[in-house]
Each structure stands twice: as structure tokens, then as C-alpha cells.
Design a protein around this ligand. Structure first.
Ligand code: SF4
Length: 319
């Protein structure tokens, strides 16, 4: 196989389309795809401040890197926003890499933490979860609290959009999980841009890597010198998503193109559901903290009580 454009030595092979690209043309193609995604779907408007939710992994670092690169041309500002969940042996390494990277590319970084807002680290919360026989998994708590803090902090710093590093594989995995759980409302809500005009306190979320495969992002990050330590969160073993991820990767390796088909199917079903009762506006206000919520009480306040977190009242007063 040779590069489809110049015949040079290839670095990336698109199995489903049957062509390869060399380093230069792969980087060009990837950057153009993300740039055109932002423009075509009007993810960012001139003058906006975009908070990039960064975990320190390759996807979020690539998002931060590219949005910073495009910011001048498209006339917007970028800031990095990270949450320290308090996961020993994992988060400190990712945060170090993130600080170094943000510093290297000259982007301001804001870091908030579970300890600061909930007076407990995720490790401490998992201790309580184990006492309660793991009725809820660490990733459920982690995801709910992290989304809550990202939204809160993004609003506080005046960001009008939150950009995440979700890629094509993430979208397909979440779609399959929602299907398996019959989560039709979630399927109706998921998309390249969410939260637009849904609630005055909800900062809309955008996904610039929506059409990029996980492997493409990995290849791009390596070729662009975006470094991140190879450490994995120890709680990933509890995640249902990890099992879905392994399964879909296996299916894709035997049938190249399955993930793209699933993304297309997801778009079709989401559009249909958005125009049905499952797509009707369900975002209200939490009666305890005043934040956006699909029920009377938001999931964050529910878990604060469930875990017996003592600073819940401080959190609520602050808000
Ligand atoms: Fe949080 Fe789960 Fe990811 Fe660990 S694997 S950082 S617990 S969502």
C-alpha cells in the first residue's frame, strides 16, 4: 500500500475505504476534517469563549490542541478545564501531562476537584460504594459529578460552549449502550452539539472529533507530538462501556465499516426520536441546587445524599 495522494510510505490505513495516507497527507486530512466539522455544524461562532473539558487523555489533548490552532482563524478563545476526581495512581499523572501540555501550547488551564466541591475524592466515594455493595458503579458517580462541575465551572469562567474530546468510537459505544438499556430519551438528546437553548444554566456541549475514529486520533496525537502517559483508571474494570468497547472493536476488526454504519444509524434514529415524544424538552431545574435537571432532583444532589457527603449543604449555598 502507498499513500493515495503522493505514493509515499503510508502511516495510516483506512480499512473500510481501502486507502492509505502518508504522514503529511494524514495530518492534513485529519485537521481538515475537524476544521470542516466545526464550520459545517456551526459548532463555534466568532467571539465565543470555548472551555475544552480536558482529562489529559489523547482525545481531549488533541481537541485542546486543534481548537487552539483554529482559534485565530475562526476568531474564538480557548481555555482548558479539568476536573481532579481524586483517583490515586492515575489522575496525578494525567494532570501533570496536562499542565505541561497546556503550558507548552500557551493555553490557560483551570482545574477544579471533587474534593473541593464534594469534600471527598472519588477513591473515598468508592469506599462508600463498596460498603453499599456497589449498587452504583464508580463510573456512574464519576460521570455525573464531573459533568456537573464542568458545567458549573464553564459558566463561572464565562464560557459559552464546552468542547469535549468524544470521538466516533465514543458515540457508537454510547449509542449501543443506550439501545441495550432502551434509553430512547438519551438517544434523542445525543449528538454533535447538545444543550442548545435547553436551560439558561446549561452550557452547550460540542464534539469536534465526532467523525474521527479512536485510532485516527491516536495516530494524529502521536504524529503531532501530543504526549500523555499510558496509565489507566483502575475503576475501568467496573464499566459496562469497556465491555461494549471491546465487543465493537472485535466486530469492526472482522467487518471494517461497522462503526461508520452504526454512526449513520444513530443519526437516523436520533433525528426520528427528536421529532417524537422522546425528544420533547425534559430539562427542568433541580429543586435543591437550582442546576439543570431532567427530574425534580438532579443526579448530583441524589448522589450527594446517597453517599452521605457532608459538604452538600455548602455546595448548595455556594450555588
Ligand atoms: Fe471516571 Fe470511570 Fe473514567 Fe475512571 S474509568 S475516570 S471512574 S469514568
Amino acid at each position: 500500500m502507498k499513500c493515495l495522494v503522493c505514493g509515499d510510505k503510508p502511516v495510516y490505513h483506512y480499512r473500510d475505504f481501502g486507502f492509505s495516507l502518508c504522514r503529511k497527507h494524514f495530518i492534513e486530512w485529519f485537521e481538515k476534517k475537524v476544521f470542516e466539522t466545526i464550520k459545517r455544524f456551526k459548532l463555534i461562532r466568532p467571539g465565543e469563549l470555548v472551555a475544552v473539558a480536558v482529562s489529559g487523555g489523547k482525545d481531549s489533548l488533541t481537541t485542546l490542541y486543534l481548537l487552539n490552532r483554529f482559534s485565530e482563524k475562526l476568531d474564538f478563545k480557548v481555555i482548558g478545564l479539568a476536573v481532579d476526581e481524586g483517583i490515586k495512581g492515575y489522575r496525578e499523572y494525567k494532570l501533570d501531562a496536562l499542565r505541561n501540555f497546556a503550558n507548552k501550547i500557551g493555553v490557560e488551564l483551570v482545574i477544579t476537584s471533587f474534593k473541593e466541591y464534594f469534600n471527598a475524592t472519588l477513591d473515598e466515594m468508592v469506599h462508600t460504594l463498596k460498603e453499599k455493595r456497589m449498587e452504583y458503579k464508580p463510573c456512574t458517580i464519576c460521570g455525573v459529578f464531573r459533568r456537573y462541575l464542568i458545567n458549573l465551572k464553564a459558566r463561572e469562567i464565562g464560557a459559552s460552549k464546552v468542547a469535549t474530546g468524544h470521538n466516533l468510537d465514543d458515540e457508537v459505544q454510547v449509542f449501543l449502550m443506550n439501545m441495550l438499556r432502551a434509553g430512547l430519551r438519551n438517544i434523542a438528546r445525543e449528538g454533535i452539539i447538545t444543550g442548545l437553548h435547553e436551560h439558561p444554566k446549561l452550557v452547550p456541549r460540542i464534539k469536534p472529533l465526532y467523525f474521527c475514529r479512536e485510532k485516527e486520533v491516536l495516530a494524529y496525537s502521536i504524529l503531532s507530538g501530543i504526549e500523555t502517559p499510558f496509565v489507566e483508571c483502575s475503576y475501568v474494570v467496573y464499566a459496562f462501556r469497556d465491555k461494549v468497547r471491546r465487543w465493537i472493536n472485535k466486530v469492526e476488526s472482522l467487518n471494517p465499516g461497522i462503526k461508520l454504519n452504526l454512526l449513520a444509524l444513530k443519526e437516523l434514529i436520533s433525528n426520528l426520536l427528536r421529532n417524537s415524544k422522546y425528544g420533547e424538552g425534559v430539562i427542568g431545574t433541580c429543586q435543591i441546587c437550582g442546576e439543570p435537571s431532567s427530574g425534580n432532583i438532579c443526579k448530583t444532589c441524589f448522589f450527594i445524599d446517597y453517599l452521605g457527603l457532608e459538604t452538600s449543604m455548602v455546595l448548595r449555598k455556594e450555588i
